[in-house]
Design a protein around this ligand. Structure first.
Ligand SMILES: CC(C)(COP(=O)(O)OP(=O)(O)OC[C@H]1O[C@@H](n2cnc3c(N)ncnc32)[C@H](O)[C@@H]1OP(=O)(O)O)[C@@H](O)C(=O)NCCC(=O)NCCS
Length: 188
């Protein structure tokens, strides 16, 4: 069982479980087509976002394999995105990283800062061995984010899945606990 001690604070951010009070903020990005440009999900109505927020609110810990832990990423401006870890394998101590941020708050390193805090928890507190992430081959912002986190590109699965009716490449990035602990710290 893994449950971070909330809130997790970073230099600019507070990470904590999602609550129903976050619905307006979550709607503000879930209704935008650009946010879903490279994912299999679609923009959501307010009612669909409500269901999404209710589901995310229950994702506050990794209790059993398959669980997802979703954290709301808050600034003074409110909740600007979410980061998540899905516990893919208990045996292999492996999780998958995910993230979605409001485009108005992009380009300042805030997604990197939030994901760094979650990975730190995953490796140092929860004891993960490996974290991987996947994205559409043309999701350049997501690929750059994973590279900035120190993740290695391990694969480009060519024409491996159907995306809006067309075959698409999928990139796979990953990082191991030993790599995480030895990664160069930026800005120092
Ligand atoms: C993926 C996503 C979170 C990346 O957002 P982002 O704004 O590029 O990421 P960050 O907040 O970490 O900001 C990084 C950018 O800010 C710049 N930056 C500015 N100050 C910075 C700082 N202090 N630290 C790090 N980067 C900084 C970086 O150079 C980088 O710009 P670049 O990519 O043009 O080189 C965002 O595009 C998104 O939510 N997309 C929609 C959802 C999605 O596709 N999710 C992934 C599904 S696989």
């Amino acid at each position: 069982m893994g449950r971070p001690t909330y809130p997790i604070r970073t230099a600019r951010l507070t990470l904590r479980p999602v609550t129903l009070n976050d619905l307006d903020d979550v709607c503000s990005w879930q209704r935008r087509p650009d946010v879903f440009r490279w994912t299999l999900s679609e923009p959501r109505t307010r009612e669909e976002s409500r269901s999404s927020v209710i589901a995310m609110a229950g994702e506050d810990a990794l209790r059993v394999e398959g669980d997802c832990s979703t954290l709301a990423v808050a600034t003074d401006a409110g909740v600007i995105g979410t980061v998540e870890l899905v516990w893919r394998s208990q045996t292999d101590r492996t999780a998958e990283l995910g993230y979605v941020f409001h485009p108005d708050h992009g380009g300042r390193g805030l997604a990197t800062e939030a994901a760094t805090a979650l990975l730190d928890w995953g490796f140092t507190e929860f004891g993960l061995h490996r974290v991987y992430g996947r994205c559409h081959g043309r999701n350049a912002a997501s690929a750059r984010l994973m590279a900035r986190l120190g993740m290695r590109q391990e694969a480009r699965h060519v024409d491996s899945y159907l995306f809006n009716g067309e075959w698409a490449d999928q990139l796979v990035y990953a990082i191991l606990a030993r790599e995480w602990s030895r990664r160069p710290l930026r800005g120092q």
